[in-house]
Design a protein around this ligand. Structure first.
Ligand code: PML
Length: 245
């Protein structure tokens, strides 16, 4: 099997602005078709035309671990205030401190990171080594039959079912690591205002109106239980091949 990844970006004020990304684990015969799809996605993104596209194709030589998909539920919130209160209450119920939650929101709203921030669930300390890049969850794929079944289930509740599937795939891998208590995700796409929180306790919980339309902010925060071997955790999230089933 092969890991195929795409990252598209554009230089803006001498910084690289993330435009879009995609990734999956594929058989050799699927690679050409997937590359075409990824290029189309990179060039047709609502965040603008990229001036750099990086495609990575890597052979996977180790065993692919199977991880169960998180169950999906929805919270229909009417405002960003209601969403943030709901999120805080849910995360606090898992033992995550208010300070840690506030820092996660601060980083997501202000730091424009490409990957996720790792937050100590009690102290709020940021644990990732590279604070600009963050941690990229990689080497993931959802089993085809599972994907089809979930797509059927969510087509009436999600305006962008494929985006939901990709996020669900990431969250299922993240939460499968015993040192991660929860994830908070806000899309950096200005048109997409549904985000989610995820945990072993309540699964993948989608929340409408997590941000206002037109906002370019967004990102992911993972709440970590200490003591934790941070290097091993990052290695798992970025390198361990996972099939979500
Ligand atoms: C992103 O844009 O990558 C984040 C996606 C959030 C998906 C929320 C959902 O529709 O379930």
């Amino acid at each position: 099997m092969w890991s195929v990844r795409m990252r598209a970006s554009k230089k803006q004020n001498s910084k690289e602005k993330h435009i879009s990304g995609a990734e999956g684990i594929y058989d050799y015969f699927q690679i050409e078709k997937v590359l075409k799809e990824y290029l189309k996605r990179a060039f047709e993104h609502s965040k603008g035309k990229p001036d750099k596209i990086v495609l990575t194709i890597e052979k996977i030589n180790e065993e692919i671990k199977r991880v169960p998909v998180l169950p999906i539920s929805n919270y229909l919130s009417n405002s960003t205030d209601e969403s943030s209160k709901f999120i805080k209450d849910k995360l606090k119920s898992l033992g995550i401190s208010e300070k840690a939650i506030n820092i996660a929101f601060y980083v997501i709203n202000n730091c424009h990171m490409r990957g996720a921030t790792l937050i100590d669930a009690l102290t709020g300390e940021r644990l990732e080594k590279d604070k600009e890049r963050g941690v990229r969850v990689s080497r993931i794929q959802m089993e085809k039959s599972k994907k089809i079944r979930i797509l059927r289930k969510i087509r009436n509740i999600s305006t962008q079912p494929l985006r939901t599937i990709e996020a669900l795939t990431i969250a299922s891998k993240v939460i499968s690591h015993h040192d991660v208590i929860a994830e908070l995700c806000i899309s950096d796409n200005p048109d997409y205002t549904t985000g989610y929180i995820a945990s072993r306790d309540f699964g993948y919980l989608r929340i409408t109106n997590i941000k206002n339309k037109g906002q370019h902010i967004g990102g992911r925060a993972f709440f970590i239980k200490k003591p934790c071997d941070i290097e091993a955790l990052i290695e798992y999230l970025e390198r361990k091949p996972i099939l979500i089933v």
